[in-house]
Design a protein around this ligand. Structure first.
Ligand code: ADP
Ligand code: MG
Length: 396
């Protein structure tokens, strides 16, 4: 993967950077600026090198149309505060305003294009449409730096096509993400233990299939555990169940056995009569889930069992909360797993938006994890063993 060094002397050059500024907003206020902070090292490095920097990014899903609700204006303001210098926001993506801003931009200055998803060509499935927009981006700058890790699994104009038109390289964030995640996905130090959770099995089928040939143990918690438990013959009451995946899961259990991969399921669960923060919680063994209750977390014995596996591993990857951690009564399993990851000296990576949020919300020390990914979909696709288009295009 080409790095910023490969771009040579950038002094006096204009560099277009693709960042991931898809931050959560509530009533026009950014509630978590983590993604903007994660983009700073690359932008600062380019400014220090004497470049003028134009950032391209998307926010939400405006559906290829201009929609002021999805303007990057709040991001421009926050970026300006964090950089402690003005950030000029263009009024369009590649139109007259963007061209004028780019033409007037001096070394050391920063501009931001409007939401790239205001232009339907950005995410078009038609190559020629994306390439046309990419050529318009390319006309604004001398070089391209890909730093939006959250979008590198997308074949989009500002991620993929532009990299074919300008001298291009991976930014600091993308480099760090790939470097860290590949330690878990290529030749991991063993034992290699993967913990999967979250709400749906079907979201993570590809990952499970790939790990059946790679991991030493697969610990399954969260809502997806109930489809596995059902496949093993347990009754799961009102718990999340994907009945149409039971046969696939049975196949996975068989393959795991053949390959000597240990699939570890919960032995107890925390159940409640309904999905609510104040629902009365009871711990039951998986063999005694009441028909009128739902499992909302793995139980304490399961959390201890999972922690045991984690503490024996040399590489641990975690994706997906063990329970409905948003409700205090059902956060125990996720805390147990996060605590073991915090404690171990193994190489630990966390992927998945909700898992990363859980680490922060539940008060764990992010510095005690080897790597917490900023990209949910992209990190999952790496765990799946897929080639990401936005990365492949930066390889020599
Ligand atoms: P990530 O973003 O880390 O990949 P997911 O999006 O797959 O994770 O899943 C996160 C969601 O799964 C959380 O909002 C959590 O409340 C939910 N969840 C976890 N366990 C259960 C469960 N037993 N029943 C219902 N929802 C669950
Ligand atoms: Mg999620």
């Amino acid at each position: 993967m080409r790095t910023i060094d490969s771009l040579g002397d950038l002094s006096g050059k204009t560099v277009l950077v693709r960042s991931d500024f898809n931050v959560p907003l509530k009533d026009g206020v950014i509630t978590d600026d983590g993604r903007i902070r994660a983009a700073l090292p690359t932008i600062k490095r380019l400014l220090d090198a004497g470049a003028a920097v134009i950032v391209a990014a998307h926010l939400g899903r405006p559906g290829g149309k201009v929609n002021p609700d999805y303007s990057l204006a709040p991001v421009a303001t926050r970026l300006s505060e964090l950089l402690d210098q003005p950030v000029i926001l263009a009024e369009d993506v590649t139109g007259d305003s963007a061209k004028a801003v780019a033409a007037a931009l001096e070394p050391g200055q920063v501009a931001l294009l409007e939401n790239v998803r205001f232009d339907a060509r950005e995410t078009s499935k038609v190559d020629a449409e994306r390439q046309e927009l990419a050529a318009e981006y390319a006309a604004l700058a001398d070089a391209f730096v890909s730093d939006g890790f959250g979008v590198v699994h997308r074949k989009q104009a500002s991620v993929y096509d532009i990299a074919e038109l300008l001298p291009s390289a991976a930014g600091e964030l993308v480099f760090k993400e790939i470097d860290s995640l590949s330690k878990a996905t290529d030749n991991p130090a063993r034992p290699y233990v993967v913990i999967l959770g979250g709400s749906k099995v079907s979201d993570k089928l590809g990952v499970i299939a790939n790990l059946l040939t790679k991991a030493d143990a697969l610990l399954i918690g969260g809502g997806m555990a109930f489809t596995f438990l059902k496949a093993e013959g347990y009754e799961v009451g009102k718990s999340l169940l994907e009945a149409d995946q039971i046969d696939t899961v049975k196949g996975y259990l068989a393959t795991a056995k053949e390959n000597g991969v240990d699939i570890v399921l919960p032995v107890d669960v925390v159940v409640a009569p309904e999905f609510a923060a104040d629902a009365p919680a009871t711990v039951v063994p998986v063999s005694a889930i009441p028909a009128d209750q739902m499992g909302l977390d793995i139980g304490p014995e399961s959390a201890a069992l999972f922690a045991d596996h984690i503490l024996k591993a040399k590489t641990v990857a975690w994706n997906g909360p063990m329970g409905v951690f948003e409700f205090e009564a059902f956060a125990g399993g996720t805390k147990g797993v996060a605590g073991a990851l915090e404690e171990t000296d193994a190489f630990t990576v966390v992927g998945g938006g909700d898992s990363a949020a859980a680490v922060r919300i539940l008060g764990f020390d992010e510095n005690k994890f080897s790597h917490i990914s900023t990209g949910g979909g992209a990190s999952l696709e790496l765990l799946e063993g897929k080639t990401l288009p936005g990365i492949a295009v930066l390889e020599d």
